[in-house]
Design a protein around this ligand. Structure first.
Ligand SMILES: [Zn+2]
Length: 282
């Protein structure tokens, strides 16, 4: 997970920009009437997100219409995002682009995919008032965006990590495990830091499982190790350990799958002595 700075965009201004070109004037006036509620909801959201308490925002669920079957305001608000912010050429599209570009192409949720969408941390279908709230819009790759779907956390532990509010990069938390023959392979898992609270540990595990990071990272391993085979062949044991340790320290960030992989390889006598000769790329 890669942290990102909290967007400097103000929720009220963002909403006002999105609705600015709405026609007819009557429809625009109806959206304008919701502006105070949108701004208040965004303020509540930011406070809750900073306290890792998004599950406490039940009072915003399905608001402003509640369970009203017609739910015209709810629909108008979600449409504000879809048609007036995400749609190319719409009034809010430049703000959409601004939020997306902060990720510099890399999906902060998996740290691997190409960030080409915005994901609603709390889904717009259940939280229409937060549909255009900048702090609720997180750059994501398509896979991560789909993986999270319309889920909203029911407890503190169920919250996936929020790139604008959570930063666990100070700690090494991603590790890889090597299995030896007859079924050589690599798997990835979370190593909770002793300073973490139980809630944070649960959240990191939740994040790891929701975005299927273990599977995603393991899928990259074959190509990486296949390319190493020839490079390491016939090198002395110590030189191989040094090379792997060097890669662990320099490849990506400490919690990149590559860094975790090379730490595990360097620590495996089996891999260093002969394991690298396996047909890893098949
Ligand atoms: Zn992703």
């Amino acid at each position: 997970m890669k942290p990102l700075p909290l967007p400097a965009l103000d929720a009220r201004t963002t909403y006002a920009t999105c609705i600015s070109k709405t026609r007819p004037a009557k429809a625009k006036a109806r959206l304008k009437e919701l502006e105070d509620q949108v701004a208040a909801a965004a303020a509540d959201y930011e406070k809750a997100a900073a306290a890792a308490a998004l599950h406490t925002l039940g009072h915003l669920e399905n608001q402003p219409d509640g369970d009203d079957e017609n739910a015209t305001s709810n629909k108008a608000l979600t449409n504000c995002y879809t048609s007036r912010m995400a749609r190319k050429g719409s009034a809010g599209r430049s703000l959409y682009n601004q939020l997306l570009q902060a990720a510099k192409d890399l999906c902060p949720l998996c740290g691997h995919g190409y960030a080409n969408t915005l994901d609603h941390q709390l889904p717009k279908s259940s939280y229409p008032l937060l549909a255009t709230a900048p702090a609720n819009l997180v750059p994501a790759c398509l896979t991560c965006n789909h993986a999270k779907g319309e889920n909203a956390p029911a407890s503190a532990e169920e919250q996936t990590l929020h790139p604008y509010f959570d930063d666990i990069t100070d700690h090494v938390w991603l590790a890889a495990r090597l299995t030896e023959p007859p079924e050589p392979g690599v798997s990835f898992y979370v190593t909770p830091h002793p300073d973490w609270t139980r809630t944070l540990t649960a959240r990191v595990q939740r994040h790891f499982a929701t975005f299927k990071l273990g599977k995603l990272y393991a899928a990259q391993v074959g190509t990486e190790l296949g390319a190493l085979n020839d490079y390491l062949r016939d090198k002395p044991y110590k030189a191989i350990v040094d090379e792997l340790q060097h890669r662990a320290a320099s490849y990506g960030t400490r919690n990149s799958w590559q860094a975790a992989l090379y730490r595990a390889l360097a620590a495996s006598p089996w891999y260093v002595s002969s394991g690298y000769l396996n047909e890893w790329d098949t």
